[in-house]
Design a protein around this ligand. Structure first.
Ligand SMILES: Cc1cc2nc3c(=O)[nH]c(=O)nc-3n(C[C@H](O)[C@H](O)[C@H](O)COP(=O)(O)OP(=O)(O)OC[C@H]3O[C@@H](n4cnc5c(N)ncnc54)[C@H](O)[C@@H]3O)c2cc1C
Length: 451
């Protein structure tokens, strides 16, 4: 069969598929690629790569290929020198409940995976937002609400079916015949990935008694609440994951009137094994002050995906983040105070608790949390100029640097073009070598994690 002409595979801005593919969820950058390829099958990837080569030949212009599912990870420049491969139509989900394995298309969102998995009492290791796609999330490490019980999503990744830079169909797995594919699965587990994936295979975990919730307090009692949180953390059950943040509450009717448009202290907390493990923390905080919003209770995957109160619509977010060490509770109040300063230009400053996560039984670039906590801050270009957001990040950095664990959670820097220090030097070198082996001609624009 002859491949379709480039013009039928790659569309330009006059085609309705173009605006749909170039409106990333993280809208702090605008995307204007030369063409868009709408990928609906594994074979489409090979055909579309051939079409890009044909277009390069006919125009004499070099083009780089950017895979994109949801655009939550947008930030690297996507301009006239690029072609977006829109993988958002790769949404097939197949669950093997006995083996506890999901086989899914690379464009599928976590909400679709977990809606299918929970019918069997199982869940994938999703993060805070239902609309994040499995690919970029898992390839960036994947830190979610079951990390303290089950580890990072990267450690659950069994295999990735992908194409290399020349369009050849390949499978990355630990027992692959070729070293290139064994190195590729290592890089797919936390170094942002190499090649272009069309199908992922990963482990699911049981969630026999899922409890989760969002709790909000006014910030008046912040010092006492943070003190109680720090004291109760060691008492938490091993399957409880949580985050504490200062959140500027949107002025929406879904929030208590007293908190709308104001900063609040926000606890997001989840346990797939029932209510007992979280009790020491919830009791300690309630003894200080009753929350004005409390959704804690039995829930489903959709409820779990609401506890972090992530924006459901595209947002021009700018983020900063860092892995932090065990002494983080000691600086939490100072971090939150910076977030409450009159000139602070952030919508959220969070501390995610991940201490005690089990070590991965699989190898990969980032398969174990490199710190006990994560610091994460987000500003919005809708509300603040970039310089003010950066100045706030700098003030926050001067606080968290005292407990720095040394690397950055690479996919948590919303809107960034590149992320230095996402990998330790030896891992960065190995990931770059894997990417080079998969794509010697550098046709694919590699994840920003790889610099
Ligand atoms: C609101 C929000 C909430 C978030 N919550 C969490 C969280 O709880 N935990 C967490 O760990 N992260 C979280 N993130 C970060 C998120 O994991 C990253 O933004 C991730 O890159 C999103 O993956 P995606 O595929 O949806 O995004 P995309 O922007 O579509 O892709 C991001 C990158 O992934 C790679 N990629 C995507 N598809 C493919 C493919 N088919 N083949 C090869 N490479 C591919 C590419 O390098 C691409 O640039 C959140 C982000 C946002 C905006």
């Amino acid at each position: 069969m002859t491949a379709p002409a480039a013009s039928t595979v790659l569309v330009d801005e006059t085609d309705p598929a173009y605006p749909a593919a170039t409106r990333p969820h993280t809208s702090s950058v605008t995307q204007h690629p030369a063409r868009v390829a709408v990928i609906t099958s594994a074979a489409d990837l090979t055909v579309a790569l051939e079409a890009v080569a044909e277009l390069e030949h006919s125009t004499g212009r070099r083009l780089r290929v950017v895979p994109q599912a949801s655009g939550h990870g947008a930030g690297a420049p996507v301009d006239e020198g690029t072609v977006i491969f829109d993988t958002s139509a790769l949404t097939k989900v197949s669950i093997d409940p006995d083996a506890r394995v999901a086989v899914v298309g690379a464009g599928v969102t976590w909400s679709d995976v977990n809606a299918a998995a929970e019918k069997h009492g199982l869940l994938g290791l999703a993060g805070s937002s239902p609309s994040v796609a499995v690919s970029g999330y898992t390839f960036g490490g994947g830190i979610g609400w079951m990390t303290r019980r089950n580890g990072l999503a990267s450690s659950s990744l069994r295999a990735v079916h992908y194409v290399d830079g020349s369009g050849q169909q390949r499978t990355a797995r630990d027992d692959a015949d070729e070293e290139l594919d064994r190195e590729a699965i290592w890089a797919f587990r936390g170094a942002g990935g190499v090649g272009i994936a069309h199908t992922l295979e990963f482990d699911l975990v049981p969630a026999p008694n899922l409890h989760a919730g969002a709790l909000l307090w006014p910030v008046d009692a912040l010092p006492e609440l943070v003190e109680a949180w720090a004291a109760a953390l060691p008492e938490l059950g091993a399957s409880v994951s949580s985050s504490l943040s200062v959140l500027h509450v949107p002025p929406l009717p879904t929030f208590p009137a007293e908190l709308r448009g104001r900063p609040a202290l926000h606890l997001a907390i989840a346990d797939p094994d029932g209510p007992e493990g979280a009790r020491p923390l919830l009791d300690a905080l309630s003894a200080v002050a009753q929350p004005l919003l409390n959704t804690w209770g039995p829930t489903d995957a959709a409820g779990l995906a609401r506890i972090h109160l992530d924006p459901p619509v595209a947002t021009p977010a700018i983020g900063d983040a860092r892995w932090l060490g065990a002494s983080t509770p000691g600086i939490a109040e100072a971090l939150f105070s910076e977030a409450l300063a009159d000139d602070a230009a952030v919508v959220m400053v969070e501390v995610r608790h991940l201490a005690g996560a089990p070590l991965s039984r699989r190898g990969g670039a980032v398969v174990d949390p490199p710190g006990d906590f994560i610091f994460h801050a987000v500003g919005s270009l809708d509300l603040f100029p970039r310089e003010r957001i950066d100045a706030t990040f700098a003030r926050l950095r001067s606080v968290w640097s005292a407990v720095d664990a040394g690397t950055t959670p690479g996919s948590w820097i919303e809107g960034a073009a590149g992320v230095p220090n996402a990998l330790p030097p030896a891992h960065l070198e190995r990931a770059i070598a894997a990417a080079q082996a998969v794509d010697p001609l550098h046709r694919l624009q590699r994840s920003r994690l790889l610099g």
